[in-house]
Design a protein around this ligand. Structure first.
Ligand code: SF4
Length: 421
């Protein structure tokens, strides 16, 4: 049976709904998706953990709606729910801020608008429950609710934010909301090709992909960056040969002409770099991902900090998902070990895992981020903004390992001469 491969969540536009309790966030997702997905109840505070729903949204393509708990939640559990909702901001490409047609702007909305501005996340105001406005009220100049909707719209206009009045109950305004979401599409989600500028589409070029099958490799499958790179090569009508580092020499010998590009896993950089002649462009999955998911040149700049590190200095290692650390784990063992060897002294490492990325980075001398394969480009860019604002150099795993192995210049060379992303 043919199985449909879904777009990975991290490659979907992440649209999160925020607002006070019982403003109808869940119902809006149901109206947008045409499905009953989120918890809907008249009891305020029904939504606890963020609930997600993937769908195709017209010209926008694959999106992920994230339903969050009310920002005005109460009690210890409520505070926990608010914290979980706030953590969602770190991976949000677009905010739908929901407010009831009869409500006034409160500190909560003001704060969310300000946070969105600081984090450069586009925000659309959704004024819900306009079904409470009867046909007569819609015409009447004395209608309190009609005047309130007008006031809300004027407030958002002053803030230069788009506002759409909807009824999740009747569906009024929902199509308009979809159109506005498409209009506001964030730049960070522009389609990127993993191999753009590295291979020429349709030129039937050859690429060798080196995927080690070691303890770090998951059982029975390849990791996402490897799978996506193979797909990107096939999309460009290139011939992609997939080998482990042990078969690399014979693969090179077996080709009539040298490949246009060799892409390797960072963990076997040294072995691969010693096999591949200097005349053949060589890079790594993590370097390709650094450009696809973030800002390669920021990481390259950040790598320069490594040589001025002093013993005892604080380094944050940020991993965007909660995979189980393994023996010889890249972020727990390999990179810390190599860094301490380079500095010749002990360093003070801290780790952040999953959505827990610290807001305050003042105490760190360097941030080392993972490849971010499980989070969106927007989420990585948001983190880079936080790090840059704190004035802390940042590097990612691939760039860090390449630097430590003395081959950074070689693996970024294909990008220096390629079309910028
Ligand atoms: S690169 Fe980051 S997001 Fe991807 S598996 Fe590793 S820790 Fe998780």
């Amino acid at each position: 049976m043919k199985q449909m491969q879904k777009t990975p969540q991290a490659d979907r536009l992440q649209i999160a709904l925020f607002g006070r309790r019982n403003t109808g966030k869940s119902s809006i997702i149901n109206a947008l998706t045409g499905q009953q997905v989120a918890l809907v109840s008249e009891i305020p505070g029904t939504t606890t953990d963020p609930v997600v729903k993937a769908m195709e949204l017209g010209k926008l393509g694959p999106v992920l709606f994230i339903d969050t708990a009310g920002l005005d939640d109460e009690g210890t559990l409520g505070e926990l729910r608010i914290a979980k909702s706030r953590a969602v901001l770190g991976r949000t490409d677009l905010i739908l801020m929901v407010i009831e047609a009869e409500a006034k702007i409160s500190e909560l909305e003001e704060e969310l608008v300000q946070t969105a501005k600081e984090r450069q996340i586009p925000l659309i105001a959704v004024i819900n429950k306009i079904d409470r406005l009867s046909d007569e009220q819609k015409k009447s100049v004395d209608s309190e609710i009609r005047n309130n909707v007008a006031e809300l719209k004027a407030w958002f206009k002053r803030k230069k934010l788009p506002a759409v009045a909807v009824s999740a109950l009747t569906g009024e305004g929902i199509e308009r909301l979809k159109d506005v979401i498409i209009e506001v599409r964030p730049d960070s989600q522009r389609p990127q090709s993993l191999l753009g500028g590295l291979l020429e589409p349709g030129k039937k070029e050859t690429a060798i992909l080196v995927c080690p099958i070691d303890k770090a490799a998951p059982k029975g499958r390849l990791i996402l960056p490897q799978v996506q790179t193979i797909r990107a090569a096939l999309d460009m009508r290139a011939k992609a040969f997939v080998v482990t580092e042990k078969e690399l020499s014979s693969a090179l010998e077996g080709l009539k002409a040298p490949p246009s590009l060799v892409i390797t896993d960072s963990q076997v950089f040294n072995t691969v770099a010693s096999i591949v002649p200097e005349t053949i462009p060589l890079t790594s999955f993590s370097i390709i991902y650094a450009r696809y998911k973030g800002d390669l040149w920021t990481f390259v700049e950040g790598a320069q900090k490594i040589d001025t590190l002093q013993g005892g200095e604080k380094i944050l290692i940020a991993e965007a998902c909660t995979h189980r650390p393994i023996e010889e784990d890249i972020g727990r063992v390999k990179i810390p070990g190599l860094l301490e060897k380079r500095v010749g002294a002990k360093l003070d490492f801290s780790w952040s895992v999953g959505g827990d990325f610290p807001e305050n980075l003042d105490e760190y001398q360097l941030v080392i981020h993972c490849g971010g394969c499980m989070i969106s480009r927007a989420a990585v860019l948001q983190r880079l903004r936080v790090v840059k604002n704190a004035g802390v150099p940042v590097v990612n795993y691939g760039v860090c390992l390449a630097y430590l192995n003395g081959i950074l210049e070689r693996v970024i060379k294909p990008f220096r001469i390629s079309v910028p992303d």
